[in-house]
Design a protein around this ligand. Structure first.
Ligand code: AMP
Ligand code: DBH
Length: 558
């Protein structure tokens, strides 16, 4: 029997009543919303600094009072433009203060941010706008030499529901400046409740198109509260947002929203490299931050010779991809802070090593779940539970793990068990102390230094090339990123020979985020096959063991 209850709108399955009742009774869900949360913090300490945006000119420092006021004014302006409860708004902002003004304004009126990353391009953005029927799209004018207004112009042409494009900072071009939207606050007609959706988060995915993750106010706020307790975030903490602000890790583990929940300070770092981050750590007294493994490596290499005072840093969270034990051991000596490994997913479940775990546990495991009500199963290919300590597929269910993706019934039937466990696609084992060790992955995905790439999505784009007969995209080891992508391509009989660069260029020109462009392209005559004649990705992976990167790897940037 499928115990998962569809919502009234049948847009996604949600927690059955008895689970919801249990999570409320246990005190995990406390009936909070983001709108009220900010209101309460602003009332309690209006003059404390909430957001520091050193990348803006002049650098901005918004207090809780100011962020609260700005959210109210922007909410009023959005309502006046006909954007209201349940509307979707694709937010593609870098690490700037307007990100928080925008999302809290949307939270207040019950419109749902759809969290795009700055790296996304036409193909992804058009899909998010079309699929969600987005009413608005929020962009920077430009970033890293890329003009988002040009991108928005194309999206507006293709997506009839998209009525507004708001440009944060810079020349808005043909669109409206976000700074022109705020209006005198008015009563919000139908503010969202704690069980309502707060936003749609993105999944790294393993299918042709990214999946959207529906998160409620109550469930997400519980994950923040739990994370704050585990990471010792309180009102004296200073969290540096080094990764892209909209990503689930720097947003919630414990992230900027955890910091704001605690009444702490959020410092926005325009770039995640040591050159940008170290001066901010010194200037703002940053106490914790989160990084993906390649960046953590870069920081540990740079710290010992840095002239900046990094002594305020107490905790470095590392996650998004497996952090090797050797690299993990280097964190404390280099940065003189506690490493906290975090193994999380935008679908929900987040695991942390604890601050008081012994060093071996911290460097060899990816932590244990936030909640006593996080249910963990380790199963074989037939969903049979494995003996304690055995390695298998991780399934999970709990008070902040979704019961289904948004508008994806067929995919949900595969990604969730009948009784509502999420199939993470991760291969793990659980130690005697209940800590999880990530041993591998069963999903068809490449984890490129924390950036997830669905093989099928890239394969489909390569297949669109007229000279290509077939394509297979797999991960291959990379000394810095952990994994990078290799595309094996079979050309059509009689087709003009192609150069690898032409394939990369083709994918890029189809409007895909740069991190999804294959690092390496190899032309082959046939793909290795399994016993039953299926293409064997395992053998392709085994074939790609070239130790040296063919292109100099670049750290993932916001
Ligand atoms: P997503 O579902 O797109 O939010 O990506 C979450 C996935 O990232 C997980 O299911 C893991 O595959 C991977 N991941 C996140 N953190 C870690 C970690 N610390 N170690 C290994 N894999 C991780
Ligand atoms: O990779 C992730 O998605 C991730 C990693 C660490 C995450 O969503 C999180 C923590 O919350």
């Amino acid at each position: 029997m499928n115990t998962t209850t569809p919502t009234a709108e049948h847009e996604h399955p949600t927690w059955p009543k008895e689970f919801a009742a249990r999570y409320r009774a246990a005190g995990w869900w406390r009936g909070e919303t983001f709108g009220q949360m900010l209101r309460e913090r602003a009332a309690a300490h209006p003059d404390r600094v909430a957001i520091v945006d050193p990348g803006s000119n002049p650098g901005r420092r918004w207090t809780y009072g100011e962020l609260d006021r700005r959210a109210d004014h922007l909410a009023a302006g959005l309502l006046a433009r006909g954007i209201g409860k349940g509307d979707k708004v694709v937010v593609q902002l870098p690490n700037v203060a307007e990100f928080f003004e925008t999302v809290f304004a949307l939270f207040r009126i019950g419109a749902l941010p759809v969290f795009a990353l700055p790296a996304h391009r036409l193909t992804e953005i058009r899909y998010f706008c079309e699929f969600t029927g987005a009413a608005a799209y929020v962009i920077p004018a430009e970033l890293g030499g890329f003009d988002f207004r040009g991108l928005a112009a194309k999206v507006v042409e293709d997506v009839p529901t998209l009525r507004h494009v708001f440009v944060a900072g810079g020349d808005p071009g043909p669109f409206e400046a976000l700074s022109a939207v705020p209006a005198e606050p008015t009563a919000i007609p139908d503010p969202p409740g704690p069980a309502d959706l707060a936003f749609l988060q993105l999944s790294g995915g393993s299918t042709g198109v990214p999946k959207l993750i529906p998160r409620t106010h109550d469930d997400y706020i519980y994950s923040l509260r739990g994370s704050n307790e585990i990471c010792a975030v309180d009102e004296d903490s200073v969290y540096l947002v080094a990764l892209p602000a909209a990503h689930n890790f720097p947003l919630s583990s414990p992230g900027s929203l955890g910091a704001l929940y605690a009444g702490a300070r959020v410092v926005l770092c325009p770039q995640p490299n040591p050159e940008a981050a170290f001066p901010l750590i010194e200037a703002e007294g940053v106490t914790l931050t989160g990084l993906v493994p390649p960046l953590a490596l870069l920081w540990t290499e740079a710290a010992p010779t840095s002239s900046y005072d990094l002594s305020s840093l107490e905790v470095l969270l590392v996650g998004g991809a497996k952090f090797s034990e050797e690299a993990a051991r280097r964190v404390r000596p280099a940065l003189d802070c506690t490493l906290q490994q975090v193994f999380g997913m935008a679908e929900g479940l987040v695991n942390y090593t604890r601050l008081d775990d012994d060093t071996e546990t911290i460097v060899t495991t990816q932590g244990r779940p936030i909640s006593p009500d996080d249910e963990i199963r380790v199963v074989d290919d037939e969903d049979n539970d494995l003996p304690d300590g055995a390695t298998g597929h991780l399934l999970t269910r709990g008070p902040y793990t979704i019961r289904g993706y948004w508008k994806a019934p067929e995919h949900n039937a595969r990604s969730f068990t009948e009784d509502g466990f999420y199939r993470t696609g991760d291969v793990v084992r659980v130690t005697g102390s209940g800590h999880i060790v990530v041993e591998g992955r069963a999903k068809d995905q490449i984890n490129r230094g924390g950036e997830k790439i669905a093989a099928e999505e890239v394969e489909n784009h390569i297949l669109a090339h007229p000279a290509v007969h077939d394509a297979n995209v797999v991960a291959e080891p990379d000394p810095y990123l952990g994994e990078r992508t290799c595309a094996y391509v079979i050309l059509r009989a009689g087709a003009e020979p192609l150069k690898p660069l032409a394939v990369k260029k083709f994918v890029r020109q189809r409007g895909l985020a740069a991190y999804k462009v294959p690092d390496r392209v190899e032309f082959v005559e046939v793909f290795p096959q399994t016993g039953v004649g299926k293409i064997s990705k395992k053998d392709l992976r085994a074939a790609s063991t070239a130790p040296e990167p063919t292109t100099p790897p670049t750290p993932p940037a916001p």
